[in-house]
Design a protein around this ligand. Structure first.
Ligand code: HEC
Length: 106
């Protein structure tokens, strides 16, 4: 019985903090990255983003892409179509959506 009560308190506590969070922080899924996101990055970004010598963001591994999302505004670069730069073939709308939905955990 005490254990149940404790669980109940825990539940209330969790639901409160959940509501108070300014935004839900999510971790983009690694399997979706491997299946859907990495192929897009490999064909459209890696040529310029495979080493720190050439560009501010390295996008070879899952962790590097997550780092670029957190520290190099990757989501904004993609959604605003600033990347890929210049005359490089732009991403299609569906490719942009895949990346955006993945980052937003949708
Ligand atoms: C033709 C080369 C090239 C391609 C292709 C390219 N980028 Fe970039 N990218 C750059 C360069 C150069 C910079 C640094 C200068 C700048 O921000 O304009 C950069 C900067 C960035 C940054 C860091 C921006 C910041 O403010 O720190 C991100 C994130 C990024 N690119 C993501 C991508 C993604 C995602 C793709 C593929 C969809 C991509 N890039 C394709 C050359 C490229």
């Amino acid at each position: 019985m005490i254990r149940l009560f404790f669980l109940f308190i825990l539940f209330i506590f969790n639901s409160c903090t959940w509501n108070e969070l300014p935004e839900v922080i999510c971790v983009p899924d690694e399997q979706i990255y491997l299946d859907l996101v990495r192929p897009i990055i490999e064909s459209n970004c890696i040529s310029c983003h495979s080493s720190a010598d050439d560009s501010p963001a390295v996008l070879v591994t899952y962790n590097e892409v997550i780092d670029a999302i957190n520290n190099h505004s990757l989501r904004e670069e993609v959604v605003s179509r600033r990347m890929p730069i210049d005359e490089y073939t732009p991403l299609s709308s569906s490719e942009i959506n895949i990346i955006k939905n993945w980052i937003d955990c949708e």
